[in-house]
Design a protein around this ligand. Structure first.
Ligand SMILES: [Zn+2]
Length: 125
């Protein structure tokens, strides 16, 4: 397999535990250590609160697509915490991208529904 972050080739050890389980891996061991997931939660006061969950509290110079499993884990957590049919769920790659989309969030505020945002990178700068 090829690591999505550093593009290096890597192998996944096969054992009796994972012999018949097909699971995709997207990061090599080096990148898993280099980019440890640090899940964060921040609530920003708006008309109501905007609940922001992120995989990382900082921004790396790596394509956010590399962290598919980490985002999937966070999404599963959010979907157990909130009924996604009753909230407005948004996803952005970074906090900066979210803030550039102010018009979108202002429009959503008119809906008077709870807003839950998921980010890959929560870095204000
Ligand atoms: Zn890598």
């Amino acid at each position: 397999m090829r690591c999505l972050a550093c593009k290096a080739l890597f192998r996944v050890k096969t054992s009796w535990d994972n012999l018949f389980i097909k699971k995709n891996y997207y990061l090599c061991d080096n990148c898993i250590i280099k980019y440890p997931a640090k899940y964060t939660y921040v609530a920003i006061p708006f008309d109501s609160l905007i609940h922001i969950f992120s995989v990382f509290d900082t921004s790396y110079d790596v394509n956010p697509i590399s962290f598919i499993l980490e985002r999937e884990y966070l999404f599963k957590f959010i979907s157990t915490k909130y009924n996604l049919k009753k909230v407005v769920f948004l996803y952005f790659d970074s906090f900066k991208e979210m803030m550039e989309n102010k018009e979108c969030i202002n429009t959503l505020a008119l809906l008077k529904r709870k807003i839950v945002v998921m980010l890959t990178y929560f870095s204000k700068y």
